[in-house]
Design a protein around this ligand. Structure first.
Ligand code: F6R
Length: 633
C-alpha cells in the first residue's frame, strides 16, 4: 500500500487553460545516470513498461565520447538481442523509449531516440507535439533536414536551434514554443554528466538511489532501484546527475520538491510464477477488495476521510454525475443502480469522451465523480477539467497515486489495488466497485435511506466479499474447461438486467479485448428488439442473473434465445433452481446482497475471458492495439 501522507494534491498544472485539448501517448520512457552500466538498467526498466503498449523501442547511451543510439521495430526483445542485453552499449548515462506509433508507421527510423543534425542531442518523447508542422516548416527554412515522419524529431532540431551551450536554457525555450503534451528525456553530448526530464500532460517521475538517478513514465520501471520518487509537475524541468537532481520552472527558477515514498510490495510488479499478469491480478482480488474496504470501515461505521465532505454537504447532494471510460465506466453504471436503488439519488453516468463534448447540464449541488485506474486517461482528465471549470468539485476514484486525475481532483478516494500491469483491468475494477459500495453506503447512511438493520446487513455482506471471491477463484479449472470449448467462437452475447447488465458489459469487454472474439452485451429485455436475429445454432449466450427480483424476467429471455438455438451459460445465485431448465451450463455465486453481486459474478467472467484468450494463443497481457493508459483522445 502507498503512504497516505505522501499523496500530492491540489497542484494546478501551469497550462490548464489549453491543456484539455491535449492528448498524450502511451509510450514508455526510462532514463538513468549513475555508477552502473546504463543500458541494462534502461532495458530492464523498459521491460516493466511493456504493458503500456508499444511497437518499437530504442536507447541512447553516452559512451564517454559520443552518444550512441540503437533502435528496433517490434518487441523489446529485438532491441535486447541487438545490444546483447545492453552489453554492446557501455556507458553510465542514457535514455530509452518504447514507442506506440502515432506520427509515422512503426519503423526503425521513426523509433526514438531522435538526434539533432550532428548527433549531439538525443530526445525521447511521449505525447504529441500539436504544432509540429509549423515548427517543422520553420526549421526546414533554416536548413534543418528531417529523416523521420515523427513530431518528435522537431524537438531534437528545435533544441539544437536554441542550444547555445546551456541545456536548461535551450529546453525552456523549446517549452515556450511547443504546444501539445509531452514527457521528454533529453541528453546533450556536451554535458555527459547530466540527463534531463521534462513533462506536460503526460506522466513522468524521477527517482534517486545510491547508484544513481532515474527517469520513468511509471513507478514499476524503477521500483527495483528506488522507492523515493518525485512526480514531475507540468512544465517542470529536472536536471539529473549521478548523485543529485535539481528541479526548475519553465522560467529556469529552481524549485524545491518533496519525494514520495512508494510503499508497494517489492513483488507487486512481478509475475511471481503466474503465467500472465492478468491471472495474477485476477487472483489478487480478495486482497485488493480487502485493502480498499478495510481502512474505511472503523468501529462498524464507514469513514471516508478523503472525501473532505461533511455529513451536511453529503446530505445536500441532489444529483451525482459519474464519468469514466471502459471498465471504469462499467463500475459507474453499477454505481448508478446502487445509488438510485439504495440512496434514492439520481445518477447520470457518462463515457468521458461523450461528457466532455455534450455540454452536460450540471445542476447546483451535483456531485461529480471521475473513476480511473491510471488517473491519466485523457478523456476522463478532460471531463474532470470540464466539471471544475464550471465550478463543480470533483471526487476522483483513482488507483495510481500522484496521477494527473488524483492531483487535479478536489478529493481522491484511492483504490488500493497496487500496480495493475495487464492491459485488461481486473483487480482495479474490483477495487473501484468496493470504493463505490462504501461511498453509496456512506451516502445512504447520512441521508437516512439505509436504516441500522439494513446497514448492519450490508456491512456484513461487504466484509464477506473477499472470501467469497476466493471461493469463486477455486472454480478456475471448471471455467477453464468450459472456456476451451469456445476458443473457436465467432460471436458471444452477454445479457442481464439492472446491475446484471452492468456486469454483462464488463464480461463482454473483457472477452473481446483479451481474446478478440466478437461479443456484445445487451440488457436482456432489449434482445428481441433486434439483436436476437444474430442468434444461430450453438451461439453462446452468457446470461447473468443475480438479482432475485428479476430472476423470472431473465429466465424468459434465456428461453427465447435457447429456442433459437443458443447455448446458454448462466451465472446466478446459489438456490436459483428455476434457472436450471433454461440454462445449459450454470455457475453459481455465493449469497450476498444483490447490490454487491457484481463483485462475485465478474470472477467467472474474467476467468472465462482469460482462458479463451490463452486457448487462442493471444498475447493476454498486451492485447493488440491496446495500451494500459489511454492518454490519447
Ligand atoms: C478494460 C480497460 C479499459 C480501461 C479504460 C479506462 O479492461 O482496462 O477499458 O478501463 O481505458 O482506464 P482508466 O481506468 O485508467 O481511466
Amino acid at each position: 500500500m502507498i503512504n497516505y501522507s505522501c499523496v500530492l494534491t491540489g497542484k494546478e498544472p501551469m497550462t490548464l487553460k489549453r491543456s484539455w485539448h491535449k492528448v498524450t501517448i502511451m509510450c514508455g520512457i526510462v532514463g538513468y545516470i549513475g555508477t552502473g552500466e546504463a543500458a541494462p538498467i534502461i532495458l530492464d526498466g523498459l521491460s516493466k513498461l511493456e504493458y503500456r503498449g508499444y511497437d518499437s523501442a530504442g536507447i541512447a547511451i553516452f559512451d564517454g565520447e559520443k552518444i550512441n543510439i540503437k533502435k528496433a521495430v517490434g518487441r523489446l526483445k529485438v532491441l535486447e538481442n541487438l545490444t546483447h542485453g545492453g552489453e554492446t552499449m557501455p556507458g553510465y548515462a542514457g535514455i530509452g523509449h518504447t514507442r506506440w506509433a502515432t506520427h509515422g508507421a512503426p519503423s526503425d527510423v521513426n523509433s526514438h531516440p531522435h538526434f539533432n543534425k550532428n548527433g549531439t542531442i538525443a530526445v525521447v518523447h511521449n505525447g504529441i507535439i500539436e504544432n509540429y508542422i509549423p515548427l517543422r516548416n520553420k526549421l526546414l527554412g533554416k536548413g534543418y533536414e528531417f529523416i523521420s515522419e515523427t513530431d518528435t524529431e522537431v524537438l531534437a532540431h528545435l533544441l539544437d536551434y536554441y542550444y547555445k551551450g546551456n541545456p536548461l536554457e535551450a529546453i525552456t525555450k523549446v517549452l515556450h514554443r511547443v504546444e501539445g503534451s509531452y514527457a521528454l528525456g533529453i541528453m546533450f553530448a556536451d554535458f555527459p554528466e547530466e540527463i534531463y526530464a521534462v513533462r506536460k500532460d503526460s506522466p513522468l517521475i524521477v527517482g534517486q538511489s545510491k547508484e544513481g538517478c532515474f527517469i520513468a513514465s511509471d513507478v514499476p520501471a524503477i521500483l527495483k532501484y528506488t522507492r523515493q520518487v518525485y512526480y514531475v509537475d507540468n512544465q517542470e524541468v529536472v536536471k539529473l546527475r549521478r548523485d543529485h537532481m535539481h528541479f526548475y520552472s519553465v522560467d529556469e527558477e529552481e524549485i524545491k520538491k518533496e519525494p514520495v515514498t512508494i510503499d508497494w510490495d517489492a513483488n507487486a510488479a512481478e509475475k511471481e510464477g503466474y503465467e500472465h499478469f492478468m491471472l495474477k491480478e485476477i487472483y489478487e482480488q480478495p486482497k485488493t477488495v480487502t485493502d480498499t474496504l478495510s481502512p474505511r470501515i472503523k468501529n462498524g461505521e464507514i469513514v471516508i476521510e478523503e472525501l473532505n465532505m461533511s455529513d451536511e454537504e453529503l446530505k445536500a447532494v441532489k444529483k451525482v454525475h459519474i464519468v469514466a471510460c471502459g471498465s471504469a465506466y462499467h463500475t459507474g453504471v453499477t454505481a448508478k443502480y446502487i445509488l438510485e436503488g439504495l440512496v434514492r439519488l439520481p445518477v447520470e453516468v457518462d463515457v468521458a469522451s461523450e461528457f466532455r463534448y455534450r455540454n452536460p447540464v450540471l445542476e447546483e449541488d451535483a456531485m461529480v465523480i471521475v473513476i480511473s485506474q491510471s488517473g491519466e486517461t485523457a478523456d476522463s482528465l478532460a471531463a474532470l477539467r470540464e466539471a471544475k471549470s464550471r465550478g463543480f468539485k470533483v471526487l476522483g476514484i483513482v488507483n495510481v497515486v500522484g496521477s494527473s486525475i488524483a492531483r487535479e481532483a478536489d478529493s481522491v478516494m484511492y483504490t488500493w489495488a497496487g500496480p495493475e500491469i495487464a492491459v485488461a483491468t481486473t483487480k482495479a475494477y474490483s477495487a473501484q466497485l468496493a470504493a463505490l459500495y462504501l461511498l453509496a453506503m456512506k451516502l445512504g447512511r447520512v441521508r437516512g435511506t439505509i436504516d441500522d438493520a439494513l446497514f448492519a446487513s450490508l456491512l456484513s455482506d461487504l466484509k464477506k466479499l473477499p472470501n467469497q471471491i476466493e471461493l469463486l477463484l477455486g472454480q478456475k479449472q471448471k471455467i477453464q474447461r468450459f472456456a476451451n470449448r469456445y476458443v473457436g467462437a465467432k460471436d458471444i452475447f452477454f445479457i442481464g438486467r439492472g446491475i446484471d447488465y452492468a456486469i454483462s458489459m464488463e464480461g463482454s469487454l473483457k472477452l473481446k479485448e483479451t481474446s478478440y472474439v466478437h461479443s456484445e452485451s445487451y440488457p436482456a429485455g432489449e434482445l428481441k428488439h433486434g439483436p436476437i436475429s444474430l442468434i444461430e445454432d450453438g451461439t453462446l449466450v452468457v446470461a447473468i442473473s443475480t438479482q432475485p427480483a428479476l430472476f423470472q424476467k431473465t429466465i424468459s429471455n434465456m428461453v427465447e434465445v435457447k429456442a433459437r438455438g443458443a447455448f446458454v451459460m448462466a451465472i446466478t445465485c446459489e438456490g436459483n433452481k428455476a434457472i436450471e431448465k433454461a440454462a445449459d451450463y450454470i455457475t453459481y455465486i455465493p449469497e450476498t446482497n444483490p447490490y454487491f453481486a457484481n463483485s462475485l459474478a465478474i470472477i467467472p467472467l474474467q476467468l472465462f475471458s482469460y482462458y479463451v484468450a490463452v486457448g487462442k494463443g493471444c498475447d493476454v497481457d498486451k492485447p493488440r492495439n491496446l495500451a494500459k493508459s489511454v492518454t490519447v483522445e
